[in-house]
Write a protein of this length. Structure first.
Length: 266
């Protein structure tokens, strides 16, 4: 077994987290957890076989093994790892994750999350489960992206551009500036963005600004001028026009309107 399919749209149910010490009573362990996933962050060198497939353990590697899977460990002395035993949800978008992979640059963050989970487990298991969930999302994104023709998600430049836009909606944004942040040319980003979203970068920025404005107008008591500044349209006349054009009403009318039953804020 080299890969597993996981769903992470909902938090896991964590049964236990801790620091595992092996190899003191013998050089081999063979076992399985009938109902629980095993997440291990290793601090030692050893050999692991998962349902007959061999894997090499070394410090900084992380494994994710599904329930009812027979594992065989062959240790080289005292062996310590951080672990979580958990149940994963069965619904949501399935993701393929290697059984064994290197944490690489994510090692400090993953170690911190697992140690925080271990510390929280005795008194606040819900906090521990949140730390493990965050670790699982990082583990799911350790694998290098597939070639573009085989990748199901958007081009990395589009992802980088969206991240830049979402974190800077209050700031002046230009397409050349967004393209520089994504590491591509203005024209190339324009083509990639339209292919991925069906829209232009400018239209996306405008849409996200007004969606955020609608949320703040309806859900907060912030002044209209403060909201306008927070979404990067500090000129009140321009903000008023943008609301009328994109939301169909003035800011004060949007604030006073009842939320429609099927509406979801972006």
């Amino acid at each position: 077994m080299r890969e597993v399919m996981v769903c992470l749209d909902e938090p896991p149910v964590v049964a236990n987290v801790g620091v595992g010490i092996h190899g003191s009573a013998g050089h081999t362990d063979v076992f399985r957890l009938p109902d629980l996933w095993q997440l291990h962050l290793y601090r030692y060198e050893a050999d692991l076989t998962v349902d007959g497939t061999p894997h090499t353990i070394r410090p900084g590697r992380i494994s994710l093994v599904p329930p009812a899977t027979t594992v065989r460990y062959r240790y080289r002395g005292r062996s310590e790892h951080l672990y979580a035993h958990l149940r994963l949800p069965t619904g949501g978008e399935p993701r393929s994750v290697p059984v064994m992979q290197d944490a690489g640059p994510e090692l400090p963050a993953l170690s911190a999350l697992m140690l925080q989970a271990v510390a929280a487990w005795p008194s606040t298991p819900v906090r521990a489960a949140a730390e493990v969930w965050a670790a699982l999302w990082r583990v799911a994104h350790l694998t290098a992206p597939a070639p573009q023709e085989a990748r199901s998600g958007p081009h990395p430049a589009v992802t980088a551009a969206i991240s830049h836009i979402e974190s800077r909606l209050a700031d002046p944004l230009t397409v050349p500036g967004v393209a520089r942040s994504a590491g591509v040319s203005h024209n190339h980003l324009t083509r990639l963005f339209r292919a991925a979203t069906g829209d232009t970068v400018v239209a996306y920025i405008r849409q996200r600004r007004l969606e955020r404005a609608r949320h703040l107008l309806r859900e907060s008591t912030l002044s209209v001028s403060a909201i306008a500044a927070m979404v990067g349209i500090p000129d009140l006349q321009a903000f008023n026009k943008a609301c009328r054009r994109e939301l169909g009403a003035s800011p004060r009318a949007v604030r006073g309107a009842q939320r429609s039953p099927g509406f979801e804020d972006g």
